[in-house]
Design a protein around this ligand. Structure first.
Ligand code: MRU
Length: 367
């Protein structure tokens, strides 16, 4: 979806070419490159290699991926449809939106005759994208009063700390953690964002900073280890992060390092909110630490840092050439450290009972 030649969403269907297009987020903020996803293999590679990333966007990409499977197979039969869905579903393990979107697509298409599957898959992917955009808009509306209340009580900017990128690049529009920030900024509230750089892939320094800079939102990129120090000195009013999977009991899986921010926030009395659409709840789980699969990625992502030099993207080695590295991509913040959830239906506390009250129609779905 282009506005004045610049994509306004990280994924869209281009009716003129009949292709699914995405922003290649690996190249931001230095290059804005758009790529076409023309095969199921390309869709899976885009998810695995994180050209597209962020829980809601992974789900939306998977839904368009099922469309691509139908598009490339002609009148796709049940067996091939099932196999393609299984391949897409396995691309990354932690964000539950991936399985959620694939399962939803499969259920719809199995109830549709093969000749109608391509059109039905595209309609569903467009619908999921529209729903997620609307969810994020509502998250912004519900989260806004948290920032407004702090602004009313202090002079100077409201300082919000966020981790990784839970912005529109990770969703479809607005973002989850960033939606209340954008809403406050647009309402004229004096706001400033501490952006954790988020090693190893620097989604904060590369993507959140890019988004905020594009909109003119004041922000400062900090090292992943700076947050505790800032909180001790009263320089953080509020933490808002996203999540890849949240249990029915309120345990939160998010980008590695989130747990440490939650611990520091608790120690310093700083509110720690998690913003998420209902598609990121895993209603079947009750113990995040024991049950949420944590992705282990290529150690080379830790050993090498990517940046911009001499007009091109370069990667440089940091540790001694033979030192091994570990790359745990997510961690789990227990519900007891979470002040509340900002959802499309409003804010609730981080307990099974509070979540159930807000989502009585969904919370019974668990396995
Ligand atoms: O590995 P990534 O970049 O896909 O991880 C993304 C995150 O951890 C986000 O915080 C999360 O998906 C929420 S996005 C609204």
């Amino acid at each position: 979806m282009m506005k004045e030649g610049v994509p306004s969403r990280p994924i869209w269907f281009d009716p003129a070419s009949g292709k699914v297009r995405v922003i290649d987020q690996r190249q931001l903020p230095h290059q804005l490159v758009v790529m076409d996803l023309t095969s199921v293999a390309a869709v899976i590679e885009a998810i695995v290699e994180m050209a597209v990333r962020g829980a809601p966007l992974i789900g939306v990409t998977a839904a368009y991926g099922v469309y691509v499977a139908c598009q490339t197979a002609g009148d796709i039969d049940d067996v091939r449809l099932g196999a393609e869905c299984a391949r897409i579903r396995a691309a990354r393990p932690t964000a539950v939106n991936l399985a959620w979107a694939v399962d939803r697509a499969l259920e719809t298409l199995l109830g549709t005759p093969p000749a109608g599957r391509q059109a039905a898959a595209l309609a569903l992917a467009d619908k999921i994208a529209a729903e997620e955009a609307d969810n994020c808009r509502r998250i912004g509306r519900h989260g806004f009063p948290l920032i407004e209340t702090i602004a009313a009580k202090k002079s100077g900017p409201v300082n919000v700390l966020t981790h990784c990128n839970a912005g529109w690049l990770a969703c479809v529009e607005y973002g989850t953690a960033t939606a209340p920030i954008y809403a406050a900024f647009e309402a004229g509230i004096d706001i400033h964002v501490w952006v954790d750089e988020t090693r190893p892939l620097n989604q904060g320094a590369r993507l959140t900073a890019w988004e905020l800079a594009q909109r003119g939102v004041p922000h400062t990129v900090i090292t992943d280890n700076a947050g505790g120090h800032l909180m001790q000195h009263g320089m953080v009013d509020l933490v808002i992060v996203g999540t890849d999977r949240t249990t029915a009991t309120g345990d939160v899986a998010n980008k590695i390092g989130t747990y440490l921010k939650a611990l520091a926030a608790r120690d310093n009395g700083v509110p720690f909110y998690v913003a998420l659409p209902s598609s990121t709840f895993d209603w079947s789980l009750s113990d995040g630490i024991a049950q949420i699969p944590i992705e282990a990625r290529d150690p080379e992502e830790v050993r090498y840092v990517q940046g911009w030099a001499d007009g091109r993207i370069v990667r440089v080695l940091v540790p001694p050439a033979r030192s091994p590295a570990g790359n745990y991509a997510f961690d789990v913040t227990p519900a007891r450290l979470v002040t509340g959830f900002i959802t499309e239906r409003g804010i609730c506390g981080a307990s099974a009972g509070e979540i159930r009250k807000l989502f009585p129609d969904m919370s019974g779905r668990g396995g």
